[in-house]
Design a protein around this ligand. Sequence first.
Ligand code: DAH
Length: 347
Amino acid sequence: MSESENILEELDQILQNGLNALQQVQDEAQLGGWRTAHLGRSAPVMQVFARMSSIPKEIRQQVGQKANQVKIALENALEERSAVLRREALERKLTAERLDVTLPGRQPALGRAHPATQALDEICAIFIEMGFQIYRSPEVETEELNFELLNIPAHHPARDMWDTFHTTTPGVILRTHTSPGQIRAMREMAPHPIRVILPGMVYRYEQTNASHEMQFNQVELLAVGRQITFANLKGTLESFAKRMFGEGVRTRFRPSYFPFTEPSAEVDMECFICGGKGCGVCRGSGWLEIGGCGMVHPVVLQNGGYDPAVFSGFAAGLGPERIAMLKYHIEDIRYFWQNDIRFLEQF
Ligand code: DAH
């Protein structure tokens, strides 16, 4: 075999080896490896170019042409293989991540106020319409404001009405009601007339049941002026109930006792579950309590900086969760803070 045939055959072999190896290439990384091995500086075909000067003149041109053809053929094959691999990869991706662009988009979930907050807002809106202003008062309170200044002395049995969460700081507690805000509002506004509401969370160290929770909201009502009477109190609360529940709503005022009001009453609404016949929710009474109220006790007026000989006032404490229960026929107050989304979603 002549040298020219020899080297031409070698070139054929180089091409064949390259093409065979290319068939084994399965991805981009292997493709890179193949390129270095078969078209890189020390690839067999490149070695032929390097040897060119030692190839006899007569066949140099033929060998050169052939080597070029082989190089171009390998380059073309590389291009083709690369295109095939890209297409295969795309197809795999499309099947794996099938996307139906005709599907309707997903609605982003819109948040909304918690039902207790909704009730609180609604109650506030009604009183604001009647001319009451919102007064903010802290949830962490002193025992003095929560009890003493409201006419509930340290060892008075009336303190048992409010099971209290104490803090590690003596004399500092979680407020058990919004009533201490009365003292704060009076001390800030004396001797001017007052019409405020104090909305917010209160805390009780309480055995929970369908109508008792450890935390709940209250809306405190306070009016102080020169001619405030019990009739004003009754009218205000009845008007509130009608705006909240509709004209036909029945309310009743039941004589009661609170140390900070004299006289005191409890405001009840007819039980929505049994329509007044008596059931588990209203504990057989036919009525549900929505709050306490009364005329501000002279001692409390004085503690707030008002002369009880000149000023009088009414106060009330309403329970927004109780009111929401009446409005939406919710049978257990514990739903409010369990945060079960199936409950919350309904409002
Ligand atoms: N603070 C009372 C409680 O949480 C509710 C209350 C009763 C508030 C009578 C008042 C009131 O302002 O006059 O049990």
